[in-house]
Design a protein around this ligand. Structure first.
Ligand code: COA
Length: 424
């Protein structure tokens, strides 16, 4: 039995933020019914296409383990079917532009009338306030949530990060809100609204930078490289390059082969507890006791010199050799892994974090599996649905349509063309 078995999700999500949330719920065992516009579907099906005619990786990698029903929610019969879905499901998840669900005739008030036990979960770009009507995408959220202003180097522009903290990060937040609301419903018997704004989700992940904003009032941030370099702090948390956020000096350093390989680098942290071991490894044993080097506060104005010296050493080793030498000594280091290296990492396939998935239109592809492991509810990754692949099955098995009534719905044009022989 899967953790969320028996829970039905009306998945009205599209693009990335919402689909990552419902994909997690599907991996935990929920029956996720993705509602898509007839003949069109989630726009990502046709975005960044690599195999002509096949659903894109953008779509397939965000919509595993779901079923797809085509449904025009603006058509009268479509509204009838959607109402039935609201009656049958436990959770509705959506990330439409603000007001879109109301315009369809499915306001929160109306949904509560149809099914008071339903949990309605929404992602929007901003919470209530002056920007609440804005449409928002990933990088907008990274900028509005404080991440971009604190990412990059001091002498460069604000920078967005490759990790999709606005979209996938908010999807993750919403999934937690949904299971929490399901838990409360066990006691209250009532559904509730769950909302998460992308700005808020990013800010939550950038929490330590808000910590630093307040610490500025007490003086310069001594663990930032700019302190040791004698560069004054301004009013806001600055960009800190590759400094580590936890107060221990850390940098990204070149390793052997860096001239050819853009990822031949290692992260290297010089924690106070392992300083002596670092000195021995890099061949500077006298730094263990030398005045100006022995104690962490004394070293702050020499971090550039110290890391240059460590880099001289790391450049004689591959990033994996650095790991092999430093790990047994408890010196915290980490190789900079490329997506290519990760895609070939057998250990990640063994744990299911990376998976190979077969798809009728595109053949085998790689995907990232479920990063959260439940011992009693292991996730098995199944391919994403083709557009409308389960329309008839959902109308009959979930909603109980049959006979003339089923034909009436199909003939109305509300559910697109029925695919009776969808490939497996
Ligand atoms: C992502 C986003 C910017 C995309 O905007 P968009 O492509 O214009 O899409 P919208 O959400 O506005 O939906 C477009 C229309 O399709 C309609 N639609 C969607 N599914 C439908 C269906 N099955 N049947 C009929 N109409 C449908 C919507 O009702 C909406 O119509 P309206 O404009 O008349 O209200 C926007 O949805 C958004 O801001 N979402 C919230 C934040 C978010 O999740 N952003 C990150 C995405 S990764």
């Amino acid at each position: 039995m899967k953790a969320l078995e028996g829970i039905k999700i009306l998945d009205f999500t599209h693009v990335q933020s919402g689909p990552t949330c419902t994909q997690l719920l599907a991996w935990f065992g929920a029956d996720v019914i993705k509602v898509e516009r007839p003949g069109v579907g989630d726009a990502t099906r046709k975005q960044l296409v690599d195999v002509p005619g096949a659903d894109s990786l953008y779509f397939t990698m965000l919509n595993h383990n779901k079923r797809s029903i085509e449904l025009n929610s603006k058509n009268e019969t479509g509204k009838e079917v959607l109402t039935r879905l609201v009656e049958e499901c436990d959770v509705l998840v959506e990330n439409f532009a603000p007001g879109a669900l109301d315009r369809m005739g499915f306001s929160w008030e109306r949904i509560q009338q149809i099914n008071p036990r339903l949990i309605m979960a929404s992602i929007k770009g901003f919470g209530p306030g002056k920007y609440e009507d804005c449409k928002v995408y990933e990088n907008v959220a990274q900028c509005a949530g404080g991440s971009a202003s604190t990412t990059g180097f001091l002498d460069g522009p604000p920078t967005v990060t490759g990790a999709q903290i606005g979209d996938s990060g908010t999807g993750l937040h919403l999934a937690l809100g949904i299971v929490t609301a399901l838990f409360q419903r066990e006691k209250s018997g009532r559904g509730q609204r769950v909302t998460c704004a992308m700005q808020d989700g990013v800010l939550n992940l950038a929490r330590v930078k808000m910590r630093d904003q307040q610490r500025l009032a007490a003086g310069p941030l001594k663990e930032y490289s700019q302190f040791g370099e004698g560069i004054p702090f301004a009013e806001a948390t600055p960009r800190a390059g590759n400094d580590s956020g936890g107060g221990q000096p850390g940098r990204i350093l070149k390793c052997k082969g860096w001239e050819q390989d853009p990822n031949a680098y290692t992260y290297f942290i010089i924690q106070a507890a392992v300083w002596e071991k670092v000195c021995d490894v890099i061949g500077e044993p006298e730094w263990k006791t030398k005045e100006g080097y022995a104690k962490p506060p004394e070293r702050l104005d020499k971090l550039n010199e110290i890391f240059d010296r460590i880099e001289e050493w790391t450049m004689t080793k591959t990033k994996f050799e650095v790991m092999d030498i430093c790990n047994p000594l408890d010196i915290p280091v980490g190789p900079i892994l490329s997506m290519k290296e990760i895609s070939e990492d057998e250990g990640l396939f063994a744990t299911g974090t990376m998976v190979k998935v077969d798809h009728p239109e595109r053949g085998e592809y790689l995907s990232v599996g479920c990063p959260i492991k439940l011992s009693d509810s292991p996730a098995q990754v199944r391919r994403s649905p083709l557009l409308g692949e389960h329309t008839e099955e959902i109308l009959t098995d979930v909603l109980g349509y049959g006979g003339d009534d089923l034909e009436r719905v199909i003939d109305s044009g509300a559910v697109g063309e029925i695919k009776r022989d969808a490939a497996d």
